[in-house]
Design a protein around this ligand. Structure first.
Ligand code: SF4
Length: 470
């Protein structure tokens, strides 16, 4: 938060409701603010990696929030180490943060001879990966989106101000009207003179299709398409592609609900509520540790025995990553008296890791890695299992296929990836523990089609590993 002469950063670990209360919010005064709820990707979940990241500059200071994940972190660490005065300073000597975002903040703050806007136009073309950024100095709010526009970022207007947010739902909540998306490759600056736009790279749109499947709020629209309607349509298409005789369609709440409604509508099978969700447990696959994740699954859902006993069920869910949730679910539904359990998934099998901000963890943990759909269905204990096709999912978004990233489903990455050894989540921790020197960028980049390196990075037990898990 900036009051025009000073930036105050208030951040902590935990949910927003645990970090902020009336008193802490009341202490924040000013006319420009950035905020962030961090989804841990590159760098561990520690206070130093919470955002906004902050840097003092010769002319003031800079605070930055980042949605996404970068793929050339090692290269950026080298660039930071070469900043004037930083040549002989190890990263651990300068900043305790070990995330990719901190490097971008250092680079944006590292050119006192230029304005922040000029620096951003020089630095951002060198940053690779997914980045929807909001950043500020004492006087100006900035927003920038990577040339692929992998993560969403929108611009809105209040009566006396501007808002930049990841999702249009955030604009609705704060009473702002939607103006437009921040374009891929665009840099926006907003100050007392209004809003100005410039371009730091040519747009090559590859929006994340998983935003439509699971990530984004249903009341958000991305590239003009409402997310809830996309999910309902995915359910309709799934019913046509994978019909089954059954008595009741139920959803894995809440994320499977729109697709279940679509499935019921297109199949003519009644839709009902068969599972009650504990409202106080977060999304399971983004919990940072396996222990919490497993607890989360047990705490998350309770079957409504009176509704499902004796019924042949279609259970619609948005995705299967590790399979733990669905395995526990099938067991619970059978114990609750379900006659048959048919699982229908409104996205295709997740077979490849995401390097752009979704922490699916390693390829070894993906249950669809190395197993057929039938085999997965058997390991889940389901009577049948079917996924929507990639084309069916994409059609439901109404977006052109070539404008979407769908790499976790088909392995075609929307940009060149560096040497697999330079892609790890804990890359910068390893660097600090190791030589105390900035890492050398090794090997030549390989294209999305050349996945051998990626496979070796993500090697391990494959689906067998997932099967050993409870
Ligand atoms: S790999 Fe999957 S989750 Fe990651 S950006 Fe691409 S579509 Fe989205």
């Amino acid at each position: 938060m900036s009051n025009g002469s000073q930036i105050l950063v208030f951040k902590d670990m935990g949910l927003v409701s645990q970090v902020f209360d009336e008193a802490s919010l009341g202490s924040l005064h000013g006319h420009i603010a950035v905020g962030h709820a961090r989804y841990s990707t590159t760098g561990s979940s520690v206070w130093e990696n919470a955002q906004p990241t902050f840097r003092a500059t010769v002319n003031g200071s800079l605070a930055l929030g980042h949605n996404g994940n970068l793929v050339n972190t090692a290269e950026l660490a080298e660039m930071v180490a070469r900043l004037p005065g930083e040549e002989h300073v190890s990263r651990s000597g300068r900043s305790a943060a070990t995330n990719d975002t901190d490097l971008v903040t250092a680079l944006l703050a590292g050119h006192p001879e230029l304005t922040i806007e000029e620096t951003a136009r020089q630095v951002l073309p060198k940053v690779k990966g997914a980045f929807s950024l909001v950043f500020m100095d004492e006087h100006t709010l900035y927003a920038a989106r990577d040339p692929q526009g992998i993560r969403p970022l929108v611009l809105g207007r209040l009566e006396r101000g501007w808002v930049v947010a990841s999702e249009t739902a955030a604009l609705d909540i704060c009473g702002a009207s939607y103006i437009r998306e921040v374009e891929p490759g665009e840099l926006i600056a907003i100050d007392e003179n209004g809003m100005r736009s410039s371009r730091f790279a040519e747009a090559k749109p590859k929006g994340c299709v998983f935003e439509y499947v699971y990530l984004a709020r249903p009341d958000t629209s991305i590239a003009g398409r409402n997310v809830h309607l996309s999910r309902v349509e995915m359910g309709r298409k799934l019913a046509k592609e994978a019909p089954v005789e059954a008595d009741l369609v139920i959803a894995t709440p809440e994320s499977g609900t729109p697709a279940a409604i679509g499935y019921a509508e297109a199949s003519g099978i009644p839709y009902g509520s068969g599972l009650v969700k504990n409202a106080y447990v977060g999304r399971t696959f983004i919990q940072p540790s396996q222990t919490i994740r497993q607890l989360g699954i047990r705490l998350k859902l309770n079957p409504l025995k009176e509704v499902i006993a004796g019924k042949r069920l279609v259970v619609v869910d948005d995705s299967i990553v590790r399979g733990n949730t669905q395995r526990a679910l099938v067991r619970m539904l059978r114990e609750a008296g379900a006659a048959e359990v048919h699982i229908r998934i409104s996205s295709p099998p997740v077979k490849w890791p995401c390097f752009f901000g979704i922490d699916f963890a390693t390829r070894a943990e993906l249950i669809a890695n190395g197993m057929t759909v039938e085999e997965i269905g058997r390991t889940l204990g389901a009577d049948s299992l079917a996924y929507i096709s990639i084309d069916g999912m994409i059609e439901a978004t109404t977006q052109p296929k070539d404008k979407l990233c769908r790499a976790c489903f088909d392995g075609v990455y929307p940009m060149e990836l560096p040497d697999p050894a330079l892609l790890g989540k804990l890359l910068l921790e390893a660097e600090i523990k190791g030589s105390q020197q900035p890492p050398a960028v090794r090997g030549k980049p390989h294209s999305g089609a050349d996945l051998d390196g990626v496979q070796s990075l993500l090697g391990g037990g494959g689906a067998a590993d997932a099967l050993r898990r409870p």
